[in-house]
Design a binder for this molecule. Structure first.
Ligand code: G6P
Length: 368
């Protein structure tokens, strides 16, 4: 096992570091010489794509969180309404699905029972099934009409890291592909997206250099027993994933909420020294996030901000700031989740937790 960890203390840390490579593979295996996207494993024609009037994204856990961001990407790029659900809810609520529905299942293992059952239910109702899966030949992959593989490589740690970021990459590619086929996306926007996505692996390599400063931060924070993650837009989706990462491996009670919702209840829990991790990477929502940070600061919170390099205004509000490389708002989840993964990892480590095998959790849940 030590050899498999390649010098890292845990699989989770190794897998965090494998993300630039996983993202590079997931993207570059799909780009043709002329810059167009080749969705190997997907055989949808222009007519098929034009026939869809709705997309359903269904998944569990971290894969569901990838879907939250995927919804944004597909709606804006392919101009089609996207609903998202956790698989255990979807299966029991008689969702409206027919032969004009594209059902997208996201699953690292491809063996999660709830996801598989939801897929079967959607298939029975006539939907076309596209899955985004990491494990080749898994049940979800075998039962889908089209399969789009994440090239993350084997993920061993229970807490998912590289599967999440490569799932995100797949969602952008699916959105771009559909948008292109439907001719609802301009060449300029397409090219801008593609070049932003292509820059991500190098930016991530750069970002991983801040590991030791995030470790120092973890040493300050590891005794906290409660954490709130807040964000808006794409950052809200990442907040959920950051919160899940922290709670599953450190057992700290963490909670994520769209920042604008704070005032409708959750802010009642903010008091002196409550830890709030505020994602503020969306340029168009930056000012709004600064006022949300002010709101929690006014109640005594200790705030760690996550922002894009150059957006220094946040330093006036937050107690500490972790910067990610500058990028287009839409693709920032590919970067902003990484400091949250590293922070969760080192907080769990400082607390002496069994990081790769957290209590009560399984890598793949094949029971209801
Ligand atoms: C389990 C794992 C999570 C994972 C979820 C969905 O709960 O611990 O890390 O996100 O299952 O798994 P899947 O293989 O379908 O992505």
């Amino acid at each position: 096992e030590a050899a498999e960890k390649e010098g890292y203390d845990h699989f989770m840390l190794k897998e965090i570091h494998e993300q630039p490579k996983g993202l590079y593979e997931t993207l570059n295996r799909r780009i043709e010489e002329d810059g167009s996207i080749k969705l190997d494993g997907i055989n949808m024609t222009k007519e098929d794509i034009e026939n869809f009037n709705k997309v359903f994204i269904v998944a569990c856990g971290t894969a569901y969180h990838a879907g939250l961001v995927g919804k944004f990407a597909i709606e804006s790029l392919a101009k089609i309404p996207v609903e998202i659900d956790v698989a255990s809810e979807f299966r029991y609520r008689d969702p409206f699905v027919d032969d004009k529905t594209l059902f997208i299942a996201i699953s690292q293992s491809g063996e999660t029972l709830d996801t598989l059952a939801a897929l079967r239910e959607a298939k029975r109702k006539g939907a076309r099934i596209l899955s985004v899966v990491n494990v080749v030949g898994s049940s979800v992959a075998r039962e889908s009409d089209d399969v789009f593989y994440t090239w993350a490589g084997p993920e061993i740690a229970v807490a998912s890291t590289k599967a999440y970021t490569t799932q995100l990459m797949c969602m952008y590619l699916i959105g771009l592909y559909m948008g292109r086929k439907k001719e609802v996306i301009s060449d300029e926007k397409y090219n801008q997206y593609m070049s932003e996505l292509q820059d991500i692996p190098d930016k991530l390599t750069e970002l991983l250099k801040s590991e030791s400063s995030i470790h120092d931060l973890a040493k300050e924070l590891y005794k906290k027993e409660q954490v709130f993650f807040i964000g808006r837009g794409a950052d809200a989706g990442v907040s959920y994933e950051g919160s899940l990462k922290l709670k599953e491996i450190s057992y700290i009670n963490s909670f994520a909420i769209a920042a604008g919702e704070l005032k409708h209840g959750t802010i009642a829990l903010i008091e002196k020294d409550t830890l709030v991790i505020a994602l503020a990477t969306q340029d168009k929502l930056y000012e709004k996030m600064l006022s949300n940070i002010q709101e929690v600061k006014a109640r005594g919170a200790y705030v760690i901000g996550i922002a894009k390099e150059g957006n220094k205004e946040i330093e006036k509000q937050a107690d500490r700031v972790i910067y990610i490389p500058d990028c287009m708002d839409e693709v920032s989840p590919l970067l902003s989740v990484v400091p949250l993964q590293i922070l969760a990892y080192y907080i769990a480590k400082e607390r002496g937790c069994d990081i790769d095998k957290p209590k009560n959790l399984a890598k793949s849940v094949t029971v209801e």
